[in-house]
Every structure is written in C-alpha cells, then in structure tokens.
Design a protein around this ligand. Structure first.
Ligand code: C2O
Ligand code: CU
Length: 457
C-alpha cells in the first residue's frame, strides 16, 4: 500500500491538465455527524441535531445549470444513511434510495454522488434513509442551480422552512416511530424554523427586488404562507419556471418537499419590517422577518419569466394509464392487507406500524406500479381515500397535473392531495431507471405509502 507521501509524490509527477473546455469541478465534501445546537432560547439546552458539515440545515450547494456536481458523503453518524437530490432529473444510480438505487452508506463509510444538473432552479437534498429521524435531525440542505442568465434582483434569498418537535428540555422528541404520527398527520413540530433559526431575519432595503426561494423541508407540515410588506409574483414551482409568472395569492400552500420561487418588491417603508407569515388556525406568525432600511422606492414592471428548462413533452392522447388509490390511516379503511405484496393480517400490520396502502399494498413491493418504455407518456390517476392530506412525490421526472379541461398544469415533483380528492398527473418517462412514488409526509412513507415506477430503455 502506498503511503500518503508516496501517493502525493506520484500525483505530482502527473501533468495537471484540465479536461479540454471544462472548468475544474470541485468535489464537495459533506460530513454527516451529530451536531448539538442551540436552537431554542438560551435558557433551554442544546438540541441533539445531526449536521451537515456542522450546520443545520446543511450548506446551500450552488452550481450552474448543465454542470456536473460531485458530492462526497462522509457518514459519521450512528446510522446508515443516503442522500437524495430532491427534484433533480438525475441519473438513476445517483438518486440515493437505499434498496432501490444503492446500498445504504454504513457508518464510517463514504459514497460519492456524481451527476449532471439538467435544470436550473430551487432544489434540495436530504437523507433518504430512516428519513423520519434523519431529516428531522437536520440532514437536509438547499441545492440551488443558477440559470445561464439569472433574473435581475437585488438579493437572492433561500428560506428553508422546517418544524421540529422538541421536548421541554429542548432535546428532540425521540419517538420518531410514534404510531399516532404514523397513522395521523405525520410528525408535526412544535418549533418553527427558517434556515435552522426560530427568529430568522433578512435585512432588506426599501424598494429592493428580491428572489425568495421557499423550500418546505418539514417532515409533515403543510405551510400556509403569506407576505406582508412585499408584493410580487410566483416564478416557479418545484424548480420549474412558470411560462407566465402568477400574482402571489393571499395564502400559498407549501406541502412537504415543495418549493416556490418568488420575485417580490419590498413595499414596506424604512424602519418597518416585512414578513413571511405562517398561518395557523389562530392567526399569523412571523416565519421570517425582513427589517427594512432606507432605499429608493421604484416603479417596477413585472419580471420576465425565468428561462424554461429542457422540455420533455407529454403526449396525453397516447399516454398509458394507471390508477393509485390511497387508503388507510386513522379514520380511514384498508380493503385488503398485503405487505409488499404478501398477504398479511391488518392487525399485525398496524402493530408493526404499517397503516397505509396504495392499491391495497402496504409498503414498496417488488412489482412497480407502472413499467414504462423510455419516452412513453404515462398518466396516473390518484385518489386520496383517506382522512388526511398527502404530498405525493415522484423521483426522477417532473409531472404535470391533467386539469379538468384536459389542459396540463405546471410541472411539479410533489403534489398536495387533500382528503377525498382524485387528481391525475402525467409525465414523459424520459429518464430510465427505478423511481419512487411516495408520500413525502415522512411518517406516512415509513408506514406504507410508497411505490415505484420503472422506466425501461
Ligand atoms: Cu424528497 Cu423520496 O424524496
Ligand atoms: Cu401522506
């Protein structure tokens, strides 16, 4: 075995020529390790979080559209892990799903993800192993892909919204597999965070134009958001630009894993605060504060749409069709009980913490929901026959909702489905591999709400 010294000497002897036409692409190193942090006010203790390079959320990874991203994950956790690059139309082997696209990264091991970034926009990364616990503990961070030409704004701000559930001493509530969470709305937190802080503040100036990238990284909370002292447009959902920016409604719902890109102008005056508001049943709370300093108020015109990402057209007329019925949970029912395709007794399933089914199957079975040929269009009609909302996420490809008139809605990677709803999504199966389709309420996924799609080609 060569020593480090001899290795280095050997390397130094090689000519260091960059590959023609390509800038050097550095490898990001992300070390995942326990990182106790002061999240709660000072009179409480630290919270037993797990950090990415010592921070929660992890550092924002930034790259340009079309580039290759290389990230070495160094697992210094007491559990096996993996990293998923949420919303990236990624090469299948880099998707980070243990048991489907890779083996978990054992404690003490490393794994290097290396993939091309086809799309610009707002994405995020998070653990995809024991995610109820690992995402809650902090293994999550923004992944920001710049357009060739970014819109003209004064500030580009990432706001990662989360909620965590703390015990009275500020330690994390350790019951990550609580049957109530798994069978009801998932693990909801009691402390709201933006970028890991309870009182996140973003200084702005009067009249500034801001790009706000909102990411919901919570286990299960659906954020209902509003703005005060800011006015503007929705530019993109889940990374994908809208052809025509939309006026921001009074309330925006942001389901777990969803993103919204906004461009807003600061309309509050110097000395005031602008707010990102989070609405609860009893009123609005400041999710982020934007203290306003003196500046110049300007009359602004609406921003141009963001440049479109590569298109994979959906051919509805020739799409193959599948259905997915979501069942189970508290106040719900399950017609049949099979565990990953094998018959099981319902009571035994519930005792094992398995409460939900897709098409009567609890958990990911060996057979995909859909097997599609490369480039085929697929539509899936999903019915939420449960008493809870679910945030349905497809890996590897974005889909559009088929709207009543047969029009296609905006491209998304995560769709919020309210109780009782039936909605149809359609996509071009342009990305070969095995792709999860699951509820992003992480306790629901762990309790049975997961299937997959295979694109063969
Ligand atoms: Cu954001 Cu399957 O995950
Ligand atoms: Cu769900």
């Amino acid at each position: 075995m060569p020593t480090r010294r001899s290795l280095l000497a050997g390397l130094a002897a090689l000519p260091l020529l960059p590959r023609a036409g390509l800038a050097a692409e550095p490898t990001h190193r992300l070390r995942l390790a326990p990182a106790p942090m002061q999240i709660a006010p000072a009179q409480y203790g630290k919270t037993d979080l797990w950090g990415v390079n010592g921070s929660v959320p992890g550092p924002a990874l930034r790259a340009r559209q079309g580039e290759r991203l290389r990230v070495e994950i160094d697992n210094a956790l007491p559990q096996a892990t993996s990293m998923h690059w949420h919303g990236i139309r990624i090469e299948n082997a880099m998707d980070g799903v243990p048991g489907l696209t890779q083996d978990p990264i054992a404690p003490g091991e490393t794994f290097t993800y290396d993939f091309v970034l086809p799309d610009a926009g707002t994405y995020w990364y998070h653990s995809h192993a024991q995610s109820v616990e690992q995402v809650e503990r902090g293994l999550q961070g923004p992944l920001i892909i710049a357009e060739e030409e970014s819109p003209d704004v004064d500030q580009d701000l990432v706001l990662m919204l989360d909620d965590i559930r703390l015990s009275s001493d500020a330690s994390l509530d350790p019951q990550f597999a609580h049957p109530h969470d798994r069978s009801h709305a998932g693990r909801l937190g009691n402390v709201m965070l933006t970028n890991g802080q309870m009182d996140a503040s973003f200084p702005v100036a009067e009249g500034e134009r801001l790009r706000l990238r909102l990411i919901n990284s919570a286990n299960a909370r659906i954020f209902a958001l509003g703005l005060q002292g800011l006015t503007g447009w929705i530019m993109a959902y889940d990374g994908m630009p809208l052809e025509t920016p939309e006026a921001i409604p009074e309330r925006m719902l942001l389901a777990p894993a969803q993103r919204i890109d906004l461009i807003v102008d600061v309309t509050a005056s110097a000395g005031e605060d602008a707010f990102l508001i989070q609405f609860e049943r009893d009123g609005g709370y400041a999710q982020a504060i934007l203290p306003v300093s003196a500046g110049t108020l300007r009359v602004r015109t609406a921003p141009a749409p963001l440049p479109p990402n590569p298109d994979h057209p959906i051919d509805l007329a020739n799409a193959s069709a599948a259905t997915l019925r979501m069942e189970g949970g508290a106040m719900g029912r399950m017609r049949s009980a099979s565990w990953k395709g094998e018959e099981r007794d319902m009571r035994a399933l519930a005792q094992a913490g398995q409460f939900w089914a897709f098409n009567g199957v609890v958990g990911r079975s060996d057979a995909p929901l859909v097997r599609a040929a490369l480039g085929e269009s697929v539509q899936i009609t999903m019915t939420n026959d449960t008493a809870f909302p679910h945030a349905m996420h497809l890996h590897g490809m974005h889909f559009a909702e088929v709207l009543p008139e047969g029009r296609l809605g905006p491209l998304r990677d995560t769709l919020l489905m309210m109780r009782g709803e039936t909605r149809t999504i359609a996509f071009n199966a342009h990305n070969p591999g095995k792709w999860l389709l699951h509820c992003h309420m992480l306790s629901h996924h762990a309790a049975g709400m997961g299937t997959w799609i295979e694109v063969v080609g």
